[in-house]
Structure formats: C-alpha cells, structure tokens
Design a protein around this ligand. Structure first.
Ligand SMILES: *Cc1c(COP(=O)(O)O)cnc(C)c1O
Length: 390
C-alpha cells in the first residue's frame, strides 16, 4: 500500500483491518487480553512464537492499525506506539543507550526532553552534550568515541529554526550514531525525516496526529530490525504502552492529518505575514515567511511552514501579556497541535524555569509570544490579536 498511494490516501486507508463483522470504520478493541484455542496455542503466544494477540501491554489490534498507518505516512517499515511522546523518547533512549554512552542533542528541544537527558539519563551514567540546532560544526565537534545518539527537532519551538537534517544525518552516520528526529511539529505531511537520512522518527501523537487535543500518545518509527524489535520488547517489559482508546482516536485523527496540516500552515502563514507588517511587532519567527533566515532550506525540506508562529512585540513582558490577556477567542494554554488556536508567553511559562541568562541565550525574549494556529478563520484570529496590539 505504501508504494502505490499518495499521502492523503494512506492517512485515510493505511493499516485498516476489518473483523468478520465488516465494519466500515476502524474498530476499537477495548480488551486487555485475548483467549487461546488450547494450552499449546497459549504457550506459543507467550513464547512470542504465535502471530496472535496475547495481552494489550504487548500490543492490541487497534494499536496495530495506528502503528501501520503512521509507518505508512512516515515511509517507515515499522512503528511502535507508546503512551505519550515522552515515553517514546524514553523508550528510544532505553533501547539505544547504556551506562557510559554519550548523546549529542539540539539545545532547542521540548523542555521535558531536555530534563530527561540532563537529569534522568545522567543518573544512569549517560551524558548529553547540547549544541545549537543550526551549527553543523558544533555537532561534529561534540562527537566522542562513545556517542550513540543524535537527537533533534526541526523546526525548533518556539523560534522556528530549521535543522539541515540531511547534513546532520551525515555527521551522525560518520560518528556511528543513530539520528532520531522528533517530527512532532511537522508531521509526515510536511516533512519526512527518514527520507532525509534520519534513522528514527519520534512523535508526540498528542499534538497534530490526534489534532483535536483529546488524548496522549506517542510513537517511534524506523526500519524493521533490532532497534524496533527492542522497542517492542521494552514496552512489553517496562509497560509505557498506549491505551487502545487513545490509539483509536489518533488513528482516526490521521484521516484528516494532511488536510489539517496544510490548512493550519496556510492560516499560520497569513497570520505571520500580517504580524510582520504590524508596527507593534518587532520580529516574526516563521519558517514559511520569505524573511526567514533559512528560507531556502525550509522550502527544500518542508512542504509548508507548519502551524507555529512566534513574534516579539515591542514593550517586553508587559506588552506581551497585554496581547495575550486581550484575546477572547484564542485559548491561553501551552498546548499545541489542536484545531483551536492557542497563545502562550514562553518566558514565563514553558521557559519560565530557566535563568534570565539561559533564556536570553536561547533567544526567548520577554516580548516573545507563541501562537499555535488552528483552523479558525484568519480574519477572526487577526481581530483577536489586534485588540491587544493597540
Ligand atoms: C509535546 C511534545 C513532546 C512530549 O509529548 P507528550 O505526548 O506530551 O509526552 C515531545 N516533543 C515535542 C516536540 C512536543 O511538542
């Protein structure tokens, strides 16, 4: 199926398996275990020899459908779903790394991922060097003989910096390290990291794959083989498996993924272009704008700019809070990936625990606002933002 159909078709159709009832919509299997014909079949199932289902911590038919649909979209041979995006990253680290190993990671990644690498994994003797996303020579220089994993997100959140994934993949390959790309912000609709040379793609399915802010979920996709098999083994043993209900919601979410990502990107571009012309706005960060410093790379690597638009308002924190507090339509929340537009002040929320110096080094100014653009009409979003921009 993967070879013959376009992305839109795969999102709607890939991975579906019908039961004997011939249901048209994908079935939700709310069951924790499965029954066997006889003792011998049960023994084979537990030994991992049978192809039947055993227990939903290992896997479940609804989860299988979700995994196969996401694998098809990413152009991956295999996919393993997890309870959340963070558990997908944890699972990847647990199967690839051991005490004494070293990670090179972008410093512009999700806050909890930074915490995972710098506080949790370091307890187990795994060290991480954080480097600027766009500085290839620093990735190269950070490599040590024990480097096993390269990790990045592109574009970065909230500043929309774009990594040259193919170039970083080449450095990883030379270092003998696995490159894992968290593709949460683009989804396979806008960017397919495996085709650019990444080894693994990681998702927080909580965001755009669900798309309507309902459930938590995560996934890792990659080539069939030892790493993907070890991920299945990790879930079976350690247990951060996805709920079949959540997998079903995400499975159905993927049916509208392409149309949502393109429509949300289109709206984001319109809002970004409007903000860029506003006299109260000092700077707009959006990979889809002609003014973006990495315009050519973004256009080569991504099908559209995505739905995250950040901007600096003149007047610092006070001015930024005024814009946020004047909104009536847009939701004040840190979440993203929803069809409902959200607004947040990174300096006092997502990046609030950093010291002012670390924040400044990360480029998170007091006047910075992040929008995660949804599906409302552009004119209504502009009117909502205009109020506080004065
Ligand atoms: C939200 C997010 C995560 C974590 O996902 P959860 O599903 O909340 O655990 C990881 N990476 C990125 C880029 C995210 O936005």
């Amino acid at each position: 199926m993967t070879d013959t159909f376009e992305l839109a078709t795969l999102g709607v159709r890939a991975g579906q398996r019908r039961t004997g009832f011939q249901e048209h919509s994908e079935a939700l299997f709310l069951t924790s275990s499965y029954v066997f014909e006889n003792a011998a079949q049960a023994a084979a199932g537990f030994a991992g020899g049978g192809d039947g289902y055993v227990y939903s911590r290992y896997t479940n038919p609804t989860v299988t459908m979700m995994q196969e649909r996401l694998a098809a979209l990413e152009g991956a041979q295999a996919c393993v779903a997890t309870a959340s995006g963070m558990s997908a990253i944890l699972a990847t680290a647990m199967v690839l790394l051991k005490a004494g190993d070293h990670v090179v990671s972008s410093n512009a990644i999700f806050g909890a991922t930074i915490q995972l690498f710098s506080t949790l994994l370091s307890k187990f003797g795994i060290e991480t060097t954080f480097v600027p996303l766009t500085r290839i020579e620093q990735w190269q220089r950070a490599v040590r003989p024990n480097t096993r994993l390269f990790f990045l997100e592109s574009p970065s959140n909230p500043l929309g910096e774009v990594a040259d994934i193919a170039a970083i993949a080449a450095v990883a390959k030379q270092a003998g390290a696995t490159l894992a790309v968290d593709n949460c912000l683009c989804t396979p609709v806008l960017q397919r990291p495996l085709a650019l040379g990444a080894d693994l793609v990681i998702h927080s399915a909580t965001k755009y794959l669900d798309g309507q802010g309902r459930v938590l979920g995560g996934a890792v996709a990659g080539a069939k083989g030892a790493v993907m098999d070890s991920l299945v083994g990790f879930l079976r043993t350690a247990g951060p498996s996805i709920s079949p209900f959540n997998a079903w919601v995400i499975l159905k979410g993927m049916e509208t993924l392409e149309i949502r990502m393109l429509a949300q990107s289109e709206r984001a571009l319109a809002v970004a272009a409007w903000l860029e012309r506003h006299p109260q706005v000092a700077r707009v960060y959006y990979p889809g704008l002609p003014s973006h410093p990495q315009r050519a790379l973004a256009q080569r690597q991504q099908r559209a700019g995505g739905a995250i638009v950040s901007f600096d308002v003149k007047g610092g924190k006070e001015a930024a809070w005024k814009v946020i507090d004047a909104t009536k339509l847009i939701s004040i929340t840190g979440n993203l990936g929803d069809v409902k537009t959200t607004i947040t002040h990174p300096a006092t929320t997502t990046h609030g625990r950093l010291t002012p110096e670390a924040r400044a080094a990360a480029g998170i100014g007091d006047g910075l606002i992040r929008l995660a653009v949804g599906l409302e009409a552009v004119e209504d979003l502009k009117a909502d933002l205009k109020r506080g921009l004065g």
